[in-house]
Each structure stands twice: as structure tokens, then as C-alpha cells.
Design a protein around this ligand. Structure first.
Ligand code: PLP
Length: 380
């Protein structure tokens, strides 16, 4: 199988696998004060340092969660104050969109959804406009879109939001481990990440909470007060060791990986352009992640194309929302019509992708698209 679905989940890095297996041998609970407990606690501390080093923040600002969905919930539910307005965009992952809708359900008008342009870029003028009009408590904008890879220019968002006293959260699930993030420079108050997008285990993630920001303390999971009270429950030491090891591996190789993966993505788009008539790459061509290509093949429904090339693992939009029959809300928000949205494949590359994978995937896609188009023509 040629695996090009890193935005859904990345293959586990060997370093993360080794760390998880090693941590499974710890017998202590990281909250116990005896020696085995303290060994487990030290393992957690070292993983916390590894994650903090990747983001250039302090280890004390990292709260481990079960993933980015929980981190997004924790961030929005803590930082949104009832009565103040919440700003986000209509291309966010459901973990933000649905949480924002839930939080504001009984306050009509208190949720402002910013639109994106045809390139998938958030309209910063609309943000300025929203900030100028009302009592905004929180702005939550994703760092990189999971379907198109389009990036949000967060620095001006932070400046504008802080100027009116609003907090800023970013869902950086697709950005962490793919492009550098420097939290000493980027002044967001909260940031969510998920280990399995950059080679760590599934079911573990983290929320960065800036120490100097005044975020009201509002845990969702209450109990024994772990993670400084933010997230109760016995710590998942193997998962935490795994995210730490993945973060350390990424930290060592990020610059080289980013450049290599960007070249492979360009090679894929070039190979597609050479072998398939009628295709369109979606999203801004520069402001996007190096490893993502969202391509529409008009007249070739994505589910049929994927069925015609089962050995190539790609996605027909967001795998997180798979099973949902509705077309991608992200592509629709970019002005792509329903029919074309249904004819869109997402290729997402990562650390283990090779040139050979790309050439084989491009060949298989060309073959599958032609086959599907011919069968559609035969039916009409
Ligand atoms: N946010 C974004 C942008 C994502 O792409 C995903 C997963 O695809 C999530 C949040 C949810 O992450 P998790 O699987 O860790 O809950």
C-alpha cells in the first residue's frame, strides 16, 4: 500500500514506538510518591520537555490530553466567557466548529464565523471588522487546514485580537511537526496539538496554555487533579512517552523533512498535470503545508476513484469526518461547487514518503480517474 494519508494519521515513528514499548514496562502511577511512581513521573517530565522544545515554550505550559479534539474542547470551554463573542472560521475542524456552536447555542449572534476566499485564506479584513464591532472574548483560528493545508497568518490575528483584549487559540494539529512553530515569537494564548499527526501514538495530544495569559481555569474532566487540575485522570505514561519521542524526532529533522516533503508534493502535482487532463489544485499555492495537495478531478467522483486504486491510501476530504455523506464544508466555503467537492482527493505526504511512492500514486490516480470518467460517460 502506498500511504498518502498523513493528515488523517501518520505512521508511527520508530522512536515513538520504542518509547511507548519502553514506558509500558513502568509499573508506577506517575502520581505516586514511591520510587516506581517517581520513575514514571520523570518519564512524563522528560516528554513534557521534549514537546516544549519543539514549540519553544516552557514545559509547565503543556497539558497532556487525549488528543486535539479534547485540547480544542478544553481551550474553547475555558477561554470562552459567556456573554462575550467567539470568533472562528467556517473551515475549522469539527472539533472547534461544533464546540463553538455548542458553547454559543443559547446566545444568538455570539458566534462569528469568518469566511475564507477562493484560496482558503481567512479574510483578515472581516476579522478586523468583527473585532471592531463587539465584545470579543476569544478568537480561534486553525494554523493549517486539514483538507487543503492552507495556512493562517496568525501573527496579525494575534496583534488584532490582543488589541481588543481577546484571547487567541489556534488548532495547530496539522501544523505541529510539519512546519516550525516558535511560541516565544508567536504570541497565541492557547494551542492544540495531536501526536498521531506527526508520528506519535493515537489518543494523545496536548494543549499549550500560556502561563502569562489569564485563562480562566475550567477543567472538563474533574477528579484527582492531575495536570495541575486542568485534566484529571491517571496519566497515560506510554502515550506521553510516545508523543515526547515523536516531538524529539521531528525537532531533529524538521527543516530537512519540510524541504524534502515539499519537493515530493510538487513532484506529485507535476506528475498529475502531465498525465491527467482536467484537474485543479485547491487552496493557496504558497501559503500551505508542504505535504498536502487537494486536487479536484471534475467528472470523477472521489469515492469511485479511491475504489479503483485500493492500494493507494488517500482521502476524499477529511477522514476525521469520514462516513458523513455531506460534501466537504471546507471546499464549499472556498466556493467550490458540490459536484467538484465530491470529485476531490486529498494527498497528504510525510516523513516516510518516497519519490517512488509519488510516481506510483500519480500513475494509479491517472489510471483510476480515466477509468471512472469513462464509466461515467458510458452511463450518460
Ligand atoms: N483538528 C484538526 C485540524 C485535525 O485535523 C484533527 C484530526 O484530523 C483534529 C483536530 C482532531 O484530532 P484528534 O484525532 O487528536 O482528536
Amino acid at each position: 500500500v502506498i500511504y498518502l494519508d498523513y493528515n488523517a494519521t501518520a505512521p508511527t515513528r520508530p522512536e515513538a514506538l520504542a518509547a511507548v514499548v519502553d514506558a509500558m514496562h513502568y509499573v508506577g502511577n506517575a502520581s505516586s510518591i514511591h520510587l516506581p511512581g517517581q520513575s514514571a513521573a520523570q518519564r512524563v517530565d522528560s516528554a513534557r520537555r521534549q514537546v516544549a522544545e519543539l514549540l519553544n515554550c516552557s514545559p509547565g505550559e503543556i497539558i497532556f490530553t487525549s488528543g486535539a479534539t479534547e485540547a480544542n474542547n478544553l481551550a474553547l470551554r475555558a477561554a470562552h466567557s459567556s456573554g462575550r463573542r467567539l470568533v472562528t472560521s467556517n473551515v475549522e475542524h469539527p472539533a472547534v466548529l461544533e464546540t463553538a456552536r455548542d458553547l454559543t447555542a443559547d446566545q444568538p449572534g455570539s458566534l462569528i464565523l469568518l469566511e475564507v476566499d477562493a484560496d482558503g485564506l481567512v479574510d483578515l479584513a472581516a476579522l478586523e471588522n468583527a473585532l471592531g464591532h463587539g465584545d470579543i472574548g476569544l478568537v480561534s483560528l486553525m494554523a493549517a487546514n486539514n483538507e487543503t493545508g492552507v495556512l493562517t497568518d496568525l501573527a496579525p490575528v494575534v496583534t488584532a485580537a490582543h488589541a481588543v483584549g481577546a484571547l487567541v487559540h489556534t488548532d495547530a494539529t496539522q501544523m505541529v511537526g510539519r512546519l516550525p512553530i516558535d511560541l516565544a515569537d508567536l504570541d497565541v494564548d492557547l494551542l492544540s496539538l495531536s501526536a498521531h499527526k506527526f508520528g506519535g501514538p493515537q489518543g494523545i495530544g496536548a494543549l499549550f496554555v500560556r502561563r502569562t495569559a489569564s485563562i480562566p481555569f475550567r477543567p472538563q474532566v474533574t477528579g484527582g487533579g492531575q495536570e495541575r487540575g486542568w485534566r484529571a485522570g491517571t496519566l497515560n505514561v506510554p502515550g506521553i512517552a510516545g508523543v515526547g519521542a515523536a516531538a524529539a524526532a521531528v525537532h531533529r529533522s524538521l527543516a530537512e523533512e519540510t524541504a524534502r516533503i515539499g519537493r515530493l508534493r510538487d513532484l506529485l502535482e507535476h506528475a498529475v498535470s502531465a498525465s491527467i487532463d482536467g484537474y485543479r489544485v485547491n487552496g493557496h499555492r504558497v501559503a500551505r503545508l508542504p505535504g498536502v495537495s487537494s486536487i479536484t478531478f471534475p467528472g470523477a467522483p472521489a469515492d469511485a476513484v479511491m475504489a479503483a486504486m485500493p492500494h493507494v491510501a488517500v482521502s476524499d476530504g477529511s477522514a476525521c469526518a469520514s462516513g458523513a455523506p455531506s460534501p466537504s464544508h471546507v471546499l464549499l466555503a472556498m466556493g467550490i461547487n458540490r459536484h467538484d467537492a465530491d470529485c476531490t482527493l486529498r494527498f497528504s505526504l510525510g516523513y516516510a514518503t518516497t519519490e517512488d511512492h509519488i510516481m506510483q500514486a500519480a500513475d494509479a490516480t491517472a489510471h483510476a480517474v480515466k477509468l471512472v470518467r469513462a464509466s461515467m460517460d458510458a452511463c450518460t
